[in-house]
Ligand binder design. Structure first.
Ligand SMILES: C[S@@+](CC[C@H](N)C(=O)[O-])C[C@H]1O[C@@H](n2cnc3c(N)ncnc32)[C@H](O)[C@@H]1O
Length: 450
């Protein structure tokens, strides 16, 4: 079965909107998993889905301006069709206007009515007639910034309160840009220089990452990265530069026992195994068994053999595998993901102000449970892909207050080049998209007193 790009984007976006808890990845996997898709149609569907979510605030402001009864009165399906078409008209330069409008009208007729087709046609034609409208000039600064960079206004206000308008402006713009693809060299199989040579013919603007000694960033790959030979041979794992700093903070030695408490599909586990030179024992846990199954396949691709997986929630159980404890424990905790909006633009529309405390409670309880697995003298690293104080410093400070057998330690044994600029007076590591060109990450390294 094949499907055209716009219908597919419509199905993905409407399903994503209907399911409050679903992530874009899970919706896309579910919908595209069973389809046999033409490669070009799939690439266009991807561009439409990500583009609409990246620019949704701006698109909605425009739709609201041109809809005589306002956006709130527009049926959800029609709204999705308008967003897809308007994104093509305002943000894509290779799509003929007629293709964008006509396909939107057809979709509206198919999913709603003849009349809806007329409404979609009229609204889009008005947008085309007045390409500079609506103007943002008279808006209050926080509203203007929210619309311009398609950020939820509550988040813009939260950031302005914490860091002021100027820095928030830089952060909002950086969070709305398309990030380069960044990968980490699998040093069990190759070197960064050799990987660079292998990737060079297949990508544009290929550069080594400035701080992570193993990273490469590039744009415009000729194929999807999972189709590249270097990927199939396990020579790299996709991972942002900020995330590459976390296993360097844990810095386990070959032969040690190491626990990755929230391993997910294995971004940090893969790197930890590399640092351990595939020796010793690495236990990857996650509450979701299906993620660990995917992790196991990923480790096989990377040639990693010192790993076992264990589906488990440490806040509820204390499995035998903990034994006498681990030399190093990583808690890469579930979080808002607000530091990774540039890669996952769906996050900003699914994460609400009220979620902050929900995450904080979970982060505190996972960190406390993980602390029980650290042997005396062992290391505990807490990390989140968030820049929000209630998920980072506040969690660590509350933890240290209760667990007097732990103290902060220097974040790195061997400081990556320039990484001293990331360290706060408290000894926390924090990366920011607008300052460091990386995802927004936070990490703290602690030691259990011997
Ligand atoms: C930030 S993600 C981890 C990403 C992963 N470390 C990586 O580098 O690819 C957080 C993970 O925590 C898992 N999780 C959530 N609650 C958990 C719990 N109570 N115990 C263990 N894992 C949990 C989620 O399933 C998710 O995979």
């Amino acid at each position: 079965m094949t499907q055209d790009a716009r219908s597919l984007a419509f199905e993905i976006l409407t399903t994503f909107d209907k399911n409050a808890e679903a992530t874009l990845d899970s919706v896309m996997d579910r919908i595209t998993g069973k389809l046999e898709l033409d490669r070009r149609e799939m690439a266009l569907a991807n561009a439409l889905v990500y583009g609409v979510l990246r620019h949704r605030g701006r698109l909605d402001y425009t739709i609201d301006h041109f809809a005589s009864k306002g956006i709130a009165k527009i049926d959800k399906k029609i709204l999705a069709i308008l967003r897809i078409a308007l994104f093509q008209l305002r943000f894509m330069d290779r799509i003929p206007e007629s293709a964008a409008v006509n396909t939107a009208v057809e979709l509206a007729k198919m999913h709603a009515s003849e009349k809806s087709g007329g409404f979609v046609n009229a609204l889009l034609r008005n947008c085309l007639r007045e390409p500079d409208q609506p103007s943002l000039e008279d808006l209050a600064p926080e509203k203007k910034l929210a619309v311009e960079t398609s950020m939820p206004q509550w988040l813009v206000e939260k950031w302005i309160e914490r860091m002021g308008l100027e820095e928030t402006t830089a952060l909002c713009h950086a969070s709305n840009e398309i990030a380069p693809i960044t990968v980490r060299t699998n040093t069990l199989k190759t070197t960064r220089e050799a990987l660079m040579e292998a990737l060079a013919p297949q990508v544009e603007t290929l550069l080594p990452t400035p701080m992570s000694p193993l990273g490469l960033s590039f744009t415009a790959p000729k194929t999807a990265i999972f189709e590249m030979d270097a990927f199939k041979e396990g020579l790299f794992q996709a991972q942002d530069e900020a995330a590459q700093l976390i296993a360097l903070m844990v810095n386990p030695k070959p032969g040690q026992r190491v626990l990755d408490v929230c391993a997910g599909v294995g971004g940090k586990s893969g790197h930890l195994a590399q640092v351990m030179n595939n020796q010793g024992e690495l236990v990857s846990m996650d509450v979701e068994d299906y993620k660990l199954q995917s992790l196991a396949r990923e480790m096989k691709r990377l040639g990693i053999t010192n790993i076992t997986t264990h589906a488990c929630d440490l806040t509820r159980e204390s499995p035998e595998i903990i034994g006498d404890g681990f030399d190093a424990v990583l808690v890469d905790a579930p979080c808002s993901g607000l530091g990774v909006i540039r890669r996952n633009p769906d996050t900003k529309w699914k994460y609400f102000k009220r979620n902050a405390t929900r995450h904080t409670k979970k982060q505190k309880s996972i960190l406390s449970a993980a602390a029980r697995c650290v042997r005396p003298g062992g290391t505990l690293v807490y990390a989140v892909c968030s820049m929000e104080p209630e998920e980072n410093g506040a969690v660590v400070e509350a933890f240290l207050e209760k667990h007097t057998d732990f103290r902060m330690m220097e974040p790195f044994d061997a400081m990556p080049e320039g990484a001293d600029a990331l360290i706060s007076p408290e000894g926390f590591v924090a990366t920011l998209p607008h300052k460091h060109g990386m995802d927004g990450f936070f990490a703290a390294r602690m030691v259990r007193k011997g």
